[in-house]
Write a protein that binds this ligand. Sequence first.
Ligand code: GLC
Length: 767
Amino acid sequence: MKFGKLKSCRLRGQIAALEFENGEGKIELISPWIVNVFCGFETSNHHSYSIEEHRMWNTEIRAREFDGGVELCTDHLRVQVCDGFKVDVYSADGRLLCADYRGERSYEPTVNHADLILAAQEGHEVSLVDKNHKIEILKAMQGDECFYGFGDKTGSLNKRGCEYEMWNTNNPAPQMENVKSLYKSVPFFITLREDCVFGLFFDNHYKTYFDMGKENASYYYIGADDGNLDYYMFFGENMSQVLEGYCSLTGTHELPPLWALGYHQSRWSYESESRMRETAARLRMLGIPCDALYLDIDFMERFKVFTWDREKFPQPEKMIADLKKQGFKTVAILDPAVKKEEGYPVYEEGAENGYFLKDKNGEIYYNKVWAGVSAYPDFSKKSVRDWWGDREGEMLDQGLEGILMDMNEPSTFDGLMPLDVVFDNDGSPTSHKEMHNLYGNLMGKAVREGWSRASTKRPFIVTRACFAGMQKYSMSWTGDNHSIWVMLRESVAQICSMGLSGMGFTGADVGGYGSDCSGELLARWTQLGAFYPYFRNHSSRPTRFQEPWRFGEEVLDVCRKYIRLRYRLLPYLYDLFWQMERTGLPVMRPLVLEYERDPRVREISDQFMIGPSLMAAPALAKGMEYRAVYLPEGRWMDYWKETWEKGGEYVLRETPLDCCPLYVRENSIIPMYPVQNYVGETEIRELTLLITGREASYIHFQDNGEDMAYRKGEYNEYLFEYRDRVFQVSLRHGGYERVYDSYRLLVNGKEYKISRRLAEAGFACMP
Ligand code: GLC
């Protein structure tokens, strides 16, 4: 990739076509803040599965030549393109934001090849792959960088010095911080420096590689096996604006049904109707709020997708309807692989119509998954997506209210899927090498579209595998973690990183999936999970049961307390989800997203924010009696003690088993509901508002929580204001008939109950 000297630059609208001695390139100024750098090694234009609508915002561009290059300016940026297709970006006032590295890559091989082979023989994981890639990008390290994002990765929040690969991988071993790839691939990260911040999205769905200063501290490296050189840089005033920029192109999560924010109980498996009913009864009897129960693979007849095991589930519709009466929504797992079996209609239909992936000789490609030898739907074909979506529609007709897409990396039990397996790609055949990372997205598209055809309700679709942009179709969970303390702790940075990558609706299996849980671990995990965007307790078949009641009274009480707290916080969480749909900003946020100018928060990943106003500092180690909590600037109210702490320093907080330290930011308003056993159990006519400080304002969203009517204006948007002790409500948008009748205000420790009329007129909260 030696481009040579820049020979010409032609600016047409917002696109600059560049001619170099040895090739061509392109710079697009997508908006005053967003720049795309492109060289078509594979296709002459963008070939994106993440950005489905290539948007451009009208932007005025000024160009000028200088010795060795051209400069393209927007109101906010100066983009310099130099010989060798080196691109440097400056702010309008001339600060360097990001520069291409000018030297060659250089790293010291740690040991020679023979030594690596020896180490591999002992069982060490060693990488024998070539470190050079067809597409390579080198960016100069200025020295003060922190890197955030990268989607589903373990390890610390700041990825400086780390190395990753983007190749969707199902590996049920404990996912420690040295793991390079997990189920999802999101080649997007945010660079935070002392005086600037920007995001970089490498829009390349082949296997890609990121070395963030590990091989050489002078640069960071991005590589790809194939595809185009195609990346976007998102600049802005702060991290939120950068993330919004990324989401404005790749999409945001849709507002989920309100019940999806409740507690979910799962297990591989509640393998019969009686088990499902028993679990439901137990939850209600113990007063543990819960909105969703899961059917894992055992509901199917010998793991054949779109079937029911009628011996264990003789009347599925009736079971689902009965559970619904108790407030439980039933979510079923959906794996992609289809068992090869004569007489099984799904297989026969797929085989007859050419719906499955083919090997290089044009025969159906088979591998093994749960059901044994199976074929894989080719979701890159529209007809297959339609077929699959219609089948899924039948599941929804039976009453199911959620679909959990699993094994869509795609998983194979009998060796990896060869890279030359053929995808039809709607008539332009391509290989598994190109499509691997997209398999989850294409399945997600099928399921999301099928949902709309079958139901008017908001979708609840979960995925394990995906690529950037999947947030438009599905939310996710982090896959098979383990019931070990380190994974409890890791989940915080992992979920925050997902949130910084546009995929904020996610959660880890509470209690841990593999390995045996303990009472203390479950208590701590439920405390943390109560603040995950997706709150599901799930565990694996060969492990100890881990529902809240499995470890005695004390643990049960702790779990119930936090699950109930979750239900109290539902309107606050729902507002954050509504905001996430519009902006992409996540619900669960690392401190750095709220306080990026405070250097002390940049590495903090054992505390996090829930929206702008709440901060949790969970106990993440066994036997932890106290923990240090960093309070950023301002004042903070200890939620449990109702005492005030000064920010800008660490405090030591006791963490008895029933306590997850929780702080409310000064000058906040947090809406709360009463505890319910499930969403919709009681009609909420009174809203509680927790108000701290002297001056606060808050926008609250209210609608039916179920369908798409809010998109047609059937919602209420309230503005709550508190100033000079006066509380006032104004309805900024009134499209939903059930407005609140009254408000219960909790103002700095005092309680007031007021009618809607008083609230609208302005109510003085006298001491
Ligand atoms: C996979 C999933 C897990 C599920 C299991 C059986 O391991 O990640 O959640 O329980 O398959 O379906």
